[in-house]
Write a protein that binds this ligand. Structure first.
Ligand code: ACO
Ligand SMILES: O=CC(=O)O
Ligand code: MG
Length: 536
């Protein structure tokens, strides 16, 4: 066990494990304390502003492009910083959690970049919070190794080009209860950011790249300004030149789709572009207008594809906005993962190929894959369009004109709300929460990658269908009794499928948490908030 040196006013309330002192250094903890004292008040104000908007929308307001920032959108003179080293060619980006095995597998995958995820694919167990940056540090030092319980040995391959590491800290809403400053819980975002920057930032600069980030779940350009201020404070504090940090922002909330240009502008000296975070975006559509089922009701999750009108409008606008400002536009995650069943596998690859082809032809500069088995496919599809060019930022897409009404056109999404969709949402929601409570933030369920974003859609749809008295395609109305009955049936099916392993899971917690969120009058903003309270 290691000992953590004291920093005035800062307390570590979680256990201190092996080598934690290499991440929880005085330099890192001083940065956490500084960022907390300077920015946490503003973070809480921004979270309160989200609530105000929810109230206004419930009362009939709508979303739209902002009048007060029109001059930023109409000013053609500004561009974001040129792409930083390692971020010029991003045609295929792997994503995944930062445990030792997945880190090694991702870095050996042949992808151009790797999104090292402390967010959707991660469950913020205290050990994951600290071991993530520790594993990244070891991987940059070239010392990362792992032996599985079965005795399989993992190490970084010498003959594979190491993907550029891009770390995704948690969203602004999540606290970190294991580090307090002046008696207050800190921000999960600022803790993840500070621990990685302090331990790996200079190492990345020394190897000719830099500390790079993906920024999740923002709802306004003022939240992007907060990140920009965090970057400047941290760079000044650590003696790193301003503009060294680069950040790609996920446009994955409904409100943020109306502020893409302003978000790029706020972060312009640190910007590395935008990403179309489709799963959280879909979650946000349900969440933002959850009480207005007459206009904003989505059919079964699986029938909302990327080509339905409101999704298409969002990705088209994203590419146009990025390329107008000299920024990369990065595509999202097709959730299909390889299967051992050849027929299912063939379909999964065909669907991912079609998704990546659409993105590449629309002008995206690269895209995400959830599994190393998909890296070559994505690379091949983008290479067919890019040729020798590292990106296609020069494809300006001036043909694209997207009005607010198109982004808001949820009504013309084809598809039904079915009992099968309700069942699947309940089953997937419970299975995901159970895994999350045990420390796994990404799981394969029914040949699909499930993470915090996809599980949020599932449990939010159940809430929306129930609270809007939706009728299923078969004629039955979604009621509390129906949700409870199907929950019991699905729990039975899960128990049978898992066999003996079921006994050691956290199924009672997962079931009660899911039902609590699905049927309560009050909607929970994020499933991870009440789930985090049930975590040690
Ligand atoms: C909405 C969003 O935000 S998307 C981005 C966030 N989500 C993610 O990043 C999810 C990433 N994907 C994953 O975590 C995984 O693919 C899962 C959990 C869905 C499935 O993983 P598994 O059940 O292990 O799949 P599978 O058995 O096919 O894996 C085969 C091998 O590939 C490895 N692998 C699979 N996915 C990944 C990954 N994303 N990163 C690194 N290695 C991976 C496995 O560790 C396994 O390695 P091994 O053979 O050495 O044991
Ligand atoms: O983070 C990505 C998403 O789709 O959500
Ligand atoms: Mg997301």
């Amino acid at each position: 066990m290691s000992t953590i040196a004291g920093v005035d006013g800062l307390e570590i309330t979680g256990p201190v494990g092996d080598r934690y002192d290499e991440v929880l250094t005085p330099r890192a903890l001083e940065l956490v304390a500084l960022l907390h004292r300077e920015l946490n008040g503003r973070r809480l104000e921004r979270l309160a502003a989200r609530q105000e908007r929810v109230r206004a929308l419930a009362d009939g307001a709508s979303l739209g492009f902002l009048e007060e920032t029109r001059s930023i959108r109409e000013d053609d003179s500004w561009q974001v910083a040129p792409p930083a080293p390692g971020l010029v060619d991003r045609r295929v980006e792997m994503t995944g959690p930062t445990d030792r095995k997945m880190t090694i597998n991702a870095l050996n995958s042949g992808a151009k970049c790797w999104l090292a995820d402390q967010e959707d694919a991660n469950s913020p167990l205290w050990e994951n919070v600290v071991n993530g940056p520790l594993n990244l540090m070891d991987s940059i030092d070239g010392t990362l190794e792992f032996t599985s319980p079965e005795g399989k040995e993992y190490r970084l391959h010498d003959d594979v080009e190491l993907p550029t590491i891009i770390v995704r800290p948690r969203g602004w809403h999540l606290p970190e209860k294991h580090i307090t400053v002046d008696g207050e819980q800190t921000s999960g975002s600022l803790v993840d950011f500070a621990l990685y920057l302090a331990s790996c930032g200079q190492k990345q600069i020394d190897r000719g790249q830099g500390p790079y980030f993906y920024l999740p779940k923002m709802e306004s350009h003022l939240e992007a300004r907060l990140w920009n201020d965090a970057f400047n404070l941290a760079q000044d504090h650590l003696g790193i030149p301003r503009g060294t940090i680069r950040a790609t922002v996920l446009i994955e909330t409904y409100p943020a789709a109306f502020e893409m240009e302003e978000i790029l502008y706020e972060l312009r000296d640190h910007s590395a572009g935008l990403n179309a975070g489709r799963w959280d975006y879909m979650f946000s559509v349900v969440k933002t207008f959850r009480t207005r089922g007459d206009e904003f009701l989505l059919p079964d999750r699986n029938s909302v594809t990327m080509t339905v009108p409101f999704m298409r409008a969002y990705t088209e606008l994203l590419v146009r906005t990025c390329h107008k400002r000299g920024a990369h536009a990065i595509g999202g995650m097709a959730a299909f993962i390889p299967s051992k069943d050849p027929a299912v596998n063939e379909q999964a690859f065909a669907k991912v190929r079609a998704d990546k082809e659409r993105e590449a032809n629309d002008g995206f500069d690269g895209s995400w894959v959830a599994h190393p088995g998909m890296v070559e496919l994505c690379k091949e599809v983008f290479t067919a369009v890019l040729g020798d060019r590292p990106n296609q930022i020069d494809k300006k897409r001036e043909d694209v004109q997207v009005a607010a009404e198109q982004l808001l056109d949820v009504r013309s999404t084809p598809g039904d709300v079915t009992e099968a969709g309700l069942r699947s949402n309940i089953s997937v929601g419970i299975q995901y929460i159970e895994a999350w409570l045990r420390g796994s933030g990404a799981v394969g369920i029914n040949n699909l990658m499930e993470d915090a974003a996809t599980a949020e859609i599932s449990r939010s749809q159940v809430w929306q269908w129930l609270h809007n008295g939706v009728q299923l395609a078969g004629g039955e109305t979604v009621t509390r009794e129906l949700v409870e009955r199907i929950t019991d049936e699905e729990m039975q099916a899960i128990s049978q499928a898992r066999g003996d392993a079921f006994a050691s899971g956290r199924w009672d917690d997962a079931r009660s948490l899911f039902l609590e969120m699905a049927v309560a009058d009050e909607y929970s903003d994020f499933l991870t908030l009440p789930a985090y309270e049930r975590m040690p």
